[in-house]
Design a protein around this ligand. Structure first.
Ligand SMILES: [Zn+2]
Length: 92
């Protein structure tokens, strides 16, 4: 099993590669020809650390919760109480 670096959230987009190259999928460790249909994943939107992955592997990882999107991650973060909540809280 290939190793995926640790990140709070990931961006996933369809890869558009016109130059022939071979990548290694970070999920299955398998061979990934650049001209085949696949996706690019980037930790915390940092495209300098993007990885090429099989579409099916990325979809499976998403389903398993190993590839949260930024929205997924934001939902897990504690929310700052808004101004109205603070005012109401003070009165209670
Ligand atoms: Zn794969």
């Amino acid at each position: 099993m290939a190793k995926l670096e640790k990140a709070d959230w990931w961006t996933i987009r369809r890869a558009q590669n016109r130059k022939p190259a071979t990548y290694t999928c970070p999920f299955c460790g398998g061979f990934l020809p650049s001209m085949s249909e696949h996706v690019l994943i980037a930790p915390e939107g940092d495209t300098s650390r993007r990885r090429h992955a099989h579409t099916a592997c990325a979809a499976a990882a998403r389903k398993a919760g190993r590839l949260p999107s930024r929205d997924d991650w934001l939902k897990t973060q504690p929310k700052q109480p808004g101004l109205l909540a603070r005012l109401l809280g003070r009165r209670a």
